[in-house]
Design a protein around this ligand. Structure first.
Ligand code: PHB
Length: 390
């Protein structure tokens, strides 16, 4: 009698406990994003997070019967912070999925993803090697090689013979320069000099002066997201927009987040990029309008990398019916294909890297503002450095 009463009370307490907690741990999937919300590439982290939140606002927070809980931590653009934050996510918060940002941070987080067996979606990094650092890494951003090889070939076909490179001095800049120079010299061109600009608080003026003095016909430039506005201002202050030297690069130098503030400076600049806010599809028109409404900014190539990263996570959880086992989730992500605001994309099942169209675009004024207008498409481009190493 006494025992039965005790058991009944226990059941009541257990049920109350469940009710009070709402969804149980098994019903919740925690996603931990380690992003640069401040620091040298703070603009990029903010763009990813804005797009991820937009995706969740549009698609809800329930997938395959699980509640999605998003947690965001700022690494301040410092890789040691990224590693510590990823460790806390895995050990304390028990996140099922991680999101990684820039190359140095993604590199430092890789051992945590591997040892903790946590599927990790890379949403900013553009260097080839990152996806090789963990079998649980999958990328929805881009590689600088994908864009830089194609713009080198385009420049050669359009008469460029002598180029100077101005590169932001860190891993993605080195990779942009390496792939550009390889294709440009293979096509018979010559790289006169490589000028490396510090990543933090860059002053491009002395490098632009030096480039001008070398009298190339072409200037190949890589600056990361958030620096195109400063670059454009100093480019015009030095008179380079009137010098007759052709400015080309990967899409980063005509970042849609900065383009509206660049006036006439970048008109005519040709780039090879993954995304333009002017991409003429209905899906993109809807995306760019929703992003603008939510943030007040024009959608850019970093935002779309975050938006697609969240879609990859949702589609993978649907495919696994909510199972978050790392190998099962990665297995579901491999080979996944979908229509992005940037165009058709897929995850290469061999490399876990993104396969996407690269567009050649020219900056033109439409409705009083500069836009990167696509005029040629290279479909389903893989990371050329991984293809070369096959
Ligand atoms: C990178 O972290 O590799 C990165 C960041 C910003 C860019 C491009 C690449 O615009």
């Amino acid at each position: 009698m006494h025992h039965n009463h005790f058991a009944a009370v226990c059941v009541v307490i257990a049920v109350m406990g469940l009710g009070a907690k709402g969804a149980t741990a098994q019903d919740t999937v925690k996603i931990g994003l380690v992003m640069p919300m401040t620091g040298t590439v703070g603009a990029a982290g903010q763009e990813v997070v804005a797009a991820v939140k937009l995706y969740m606002a549009q698609h809800g927070d329930m997938v395959a019967g699980k509640k999605i809980e998003l947690i965001i931590r700022d690494d301040g653009s410092i890789p040691d912070n990224a590693k510590r934050l990823a460790q806390e996510f895995v050990v304390n918060d028990h996140v099922a999925i991680l999101g990684a940002g820039t190359t140095p941070s993604a590199m430092s987080m890789a051992p945590i993803a591997t040892e903790g067996k946590v599927p990790t979606v890379v949403m900013i990094s553009g260097t080839s090697v990152v996806t090789e650092r963990s079998p649980y890494y999958v990328r929805t951003s881009f590689t600088l090689g994908q864009q830089s090889g194609i713009i080198a070939d385009w420049a050669i076909q359009n008469g460029s013979k002598k180029a100077v490179m101005i590169l932001s001095d860190w891993a993605p800049g080195a990779e942009a320069g390496k792939v550009f120079a390889a294709n440009f010299t293979k096509g018979g061109g010559q790289v006169l000099d490589t000028l490396k600009v510090p990543l933090a608080n860059p002053d491009f003026s002395p490098f632009l002066q030096r480039a001008h003095d070398l009298a190339p016909d072409t200037l190949f430039v890589f600056v990361p997201a958030g620096q195109a506005g400063t670059f454009a201002r100093q480019f015009s202050e030095r008179g380079l927009d009137k010098s007759g030297i052709k400015l080309i690069g990967p899409g980063d130098i005509v970042d849609d987040d900065d383009l509206p503030t660049t006036g006439d400076t970048l008109l005519g600049v040709v780039t090879a990029g993954i995304y333009s806010a002017a991409h003429p599809s209905q899906l993109n028109k809807d995306y760019a309008a929703a992003y603008k409404k939510a943030t007040g900014h024009r959608a850019n190539f970093i935002s779309v990398s975050g938006y697609d990263g969240m879609n990859l996570i949702y589609q993978a959880l649907k495919a696994t019916n909510g199972n978050t086992d790392a190998d099962t989730v990665i297995g579901a992500m491999k080979g996944m294909k979908w229509e992005s605001p940037r165009g058709p994309i897929s995850i290469d099942p061999r490399t876990r890297d993104i396969v996407q169209n690269i567009y050649i675009r020219k900056v033109e004024k439409v409705g009083g503002e500069p836009w990167a207008i696509e005029f040629e498409t290279f479909p389903a481009v893989k990371d050329p450095l991984k293809e070369a190493a096959k």
